[in-house]
Write a protein that binds this ligand. Structure first.
Ligand code: CP3
Length: 341
């Protein structure tokens, strides 16, 4: 895999064009996803290796992207620790037993890697199907983002209860975050052992945090996780919503790639990172709702800005929305694959 465009760019080697994959590429914007989803629940899909492989392969076969991402969810670590997780249409993820007291935190298990074995099984099936064509990215949620779901009991607009715990009960918050971080490092190592070619850590809701809180309650645990990875020769990608602000701090955790949201000029932020640290990003996913000339123009503008840079992977600043037209996503991939530096 070390000669693939994606791995080369992740390690800041020269490529003839930027490699492309898109966050949330294996999902609801594809009619073919619904054909599977209409028959099974989301968690059944994640936990049945053949189904997880079927969904992982959809964007590989339909979009011809340069990297596949494991079909799973960031919340499976929380479930393995004891969270009663469900996903409901139009509601999203829900933990029926939110973690809000010391007793709730004490009750969470950390010795749970056996419960996540289905992910290792899925990775093996996916790698057979990929057959060396493109790399497979594994992933996990960052402790702060997973904590927010455990504490709130689901998605939240303002993370009120989570931030209250950070501010009023910091010792408790640290215990919870440390438990999640321990499971997350073991979980990513399980994925590496099973054969993924890269890993990405998603801290989707870091942007809710003030700088000092990000440092104390998020960054610190990501740093610990990355330090505990059995990295071998696979790149580690760190993503957060808020990376346009936090990237220089994220770099201290020593990932190989930082995935950047769309609020910042990608070259400006890359220039503020250590030499040899790659960036991934950073098209506003809303551009994919727009007309094709706009899509092409915005991609070309980004690529012209990054011309001559080593260490650039094309991605969106956040995930594809479920109602983005499939045809627009396909067109964007074509525009990217035709481009030459
Ligand atoms: O990228 C991929 O296509 C691979 C699979 C993947 C999913 N979730 C599948 C999924 C990945 C990498 C994730 C990560 C994830 N999950 C994140 C981090 C990335 C981000 O978008 O910020 C977060 C915050 C979650 C939590 C989560 N899972 C939410 C909020 C929801 C519901 C709403 C939504 O945004 O999709 C899910 C459910 C989920 N995860 C679905 C899929 C395909 C939809 C399930 C369905 O079909 O109902």
């Amino acid at each position: 895999m070390k000669d693939s465009l994606f791995i080369k760019a992740a390690f800041s080697a020269q490529t003839e064009r930027p490699p492309v994959w898109m966050m949330r590429q294996a999902g609801r914007f594809m009619p073919e996803y619904w054909e599977i989803k209409n028959k099974y629940s989301f968690l059944e899909m994640c936990k049945t290796p053949e189904l997880a492989a079927d969904v992982t392969m959809l964007p590989v076969n339909l979009l011809d992207i340069d990297a596949a991402i494991l079909f799973s969810d960031i919340l499976v670590t929380g479930e393995a620790m004891g969270g009663d997780l469900s996903f409901t249409q139009n509601v999203g993820p829900r933990f029926a037993n939110p973690v809000r007291t010391q007793a709730d935190i004490d009750n969470l298990n950390v010795d749970v890697i056996d419960k996540l074995q289905y992910v290792a099984d899925a990775i093996k099936v996916i790698q057979q199907r990929l057959n060396g064509k493109i790399p497979l990215i594994g992933f996990a949620g960052a402790p702060f983002t997973v904590m927010s779901y455990l504490v709130e009991g689901g998605s939240s607009k303002d993370f009120k209860l989570t931030k209250l715990m950070l501010h009023n009960e910091p010792a408790m918050a640290h215990q919870l975050l440390a438990k999640i971080a321990k499971v997350t490092a073991a979980y990513l190592n399980l994925q590496i052992e099973a054969g993924v070619n890269a890993v990405q850590i998603f801290d989707s809701w870091a942007q809710a945090l003030a700088w000092d809180d990000y440092k104390e309650f998020s960054h610190r645990y990501i740093q610990e996780i990355i330090a505990n990875l059995d990295r071998k020769d696979i790149p580690v990608i760190s993503f957060c919503k808020g990376s346009s602000v936090f990237a220089p701090l994220m770099a201290e955790a020593k990932p190989d790639v930082i995935s950047i949201d769309w609020n910042v000029d990608l070259l400006d932020i890359k220039n503020r990172l250590p030499q040899g640290m790659a960036v991934q990003g950073n098209l506003d996913p809303h551009v994919l709702y727009a007309g094709k000339p706009v899509i092409k123009d915005r991609i070309h503008k980004l690529f012209e800005r990054m011309r001559g840079e080593k260490g650039f992977i094309f991605n969106l600043g956040h995930g594809i929305m479920p109602d983005i037209p499939f045809d627009n996503v396909k067109y964007a991939v074509e525009v990217i694959k035709e481009y030459r530096y």
